[in-house]
Design a binder for this molecule. Structure first.
Ligand SMILES: Nc1ncnc2c1ncn2[C@@H]1O[C@H](COP(=O)(O)OP(=O)(O)OP(=O)(O)O)[C@@H](O)[C@H]1O
Length: 327
């Protein structure tokens, strides 16, 4: 049974004496034990929302509750239970990697031995052994990020908030970080993930919340959000030589192909039609087809679908506002 951990109720925030509206009337619940992805473009209001959740920013109106009580009334509990990996650079730059992780553990109230042991485990887990005795200021961008993740992970928090945890990391390290995040979640932690990397997020999140212009546009399980978008499959075909218009014309019976280059085109096709189209393609043009891929709707499609709908809505609002002024 799902159990609410955070309840966000009609939360709004304006900065600079009300001139900048960072978010408005946001309400949703974060369930215990889930991985919730928070998606939205730059300036959408994600960081502000996270800061309200961890009580770093007081909402102008509305309330955030943690385990039933306002976060503003339990700052110590939040600091103890929630580990927040933010985008802001680490300020402990003269510390060595090992020290930064260890001292963070100590600041979280860990005993010396426990902090030391977990520091060593994390250094190994995050593949930081070679740089463990280097000062943070002498590390590469990715190594700094991994150290930041080490300082977030030490102390077994109940809730982890990761703001772009895989930025600046190479593909292997990114995979490593997602594995660690999923393992913490399997061990019982609740995870909130802020990211622009929709493709990677799709592999790990249970539910997704989409925000833009300070508003919550959608929140649901990935599968259910996908059901709301165009269910056709994306078929991309690359041919050995330039394809002729005759081919595109023939394919029209399954859908309209858009050309990507003179050797590649894309077609949206229903699941039912895909096999006959591929058979036709192989039988008639088999020799000249280099490769093809068929992809079902992704979380990225969901994201653009929601974003486009909102843009249309905003345009409609602007139009009706202008019409009201004119009349
Ligand atoms: N301290 C502040 N003072 C004034 N305006 C702010 C402040 N913090 C954020 N804003 C504004 O509030 C809006 C939302 O910003 P926020 O940082 O929450 O967005 P974001 O979705 O996290 O963006 P990004 O993905 O770029 O980090 C933006 O218009 C931003 O300029």
């Amino acid at each position: 049974m799902t159990q609410a951990l955070f309840e966000i109720e009609m939360v709004s925030k304006t900065y600079k004496n009300g001139t900048v509206r960072a978010n408005e009337d946001i309400s949703f619940v974060i369930n215990k034990g889930e991985i919730l992805g928070l998606l939205g473009p730059n300036g959408a209001g994600k960081s502000t929302l996270i800061k309200q959740i961890v009580a770093h920013v007081k909402p102008t109106s509305g309330e955030v509750r943690y385990e039933g009580k306002s976060v503003l009334k339990q700052l110590k509990q939040i600091a103890k239970d929630v580990a927040y990996y933010s985008q802001e650079p680490n300020s402990l730059t003269s510390l060595k990697v090992r020290e930064a992780i260890y001292f963070t553990g100590r600041l979280r109230g860990m005993k010396r031995k426990a902090a030391k042991d977990e520091t060593e485990t994390l250094i190994e887990e995050l593949e930081l052994t070679e740089v463990a005795n280097k000062q943070l200021k002498n590390l590469s961008g990715g190594q700094k990020r991994l150290t930041g993740l080490g300082t977030t992970l030490i102390g077994n928090a109940k809730v982890y908030i990761f703001d772009e945890p895989t930025n600046e990391l190479d593909p292997k390290k990114r995979r490593l970080v997602w594995d660690i995040i999923q393992k913490r979640n399997r061990d019982g932690a609740t995870v909130i993930l802020v990211t622009h990397n929709i493709l990677e997020a799709e592999q790990v999140v249970d539910r997704v919340a989409v925000v833009n212009h300070g508003r919550l546009l959608a929140i649901n399980h990935v599968g259910e959000l996908k059901d709301e978008v165009d269910q056709r499959l994306k078929c991309e075909v690359t041919t050995k030589r330039s394809f002729d218009n005759e081919l595109l014309e023939k394919l029209k019976k399954w859908g309209t192909a858009t050309t990507v280059s003179d050797q590649r085109f894309r077609l949206l096709i229903s699941k039912e039609d895909a096999p006959s189209m591929l058979t036709y393609l192989n039988q008639t043009y088999g020799n000249s087809v280099l490769n093809y891929s068929i992809v079902p709707p992704s979380l990225e499609d969901v994201y653009f679908h929601i974003d486009r709908d909102q843009e249309l809505e905003t345009k409609e609002e602007v139009k009706s506002h202008a019409a009201a002024i004119d009349s």
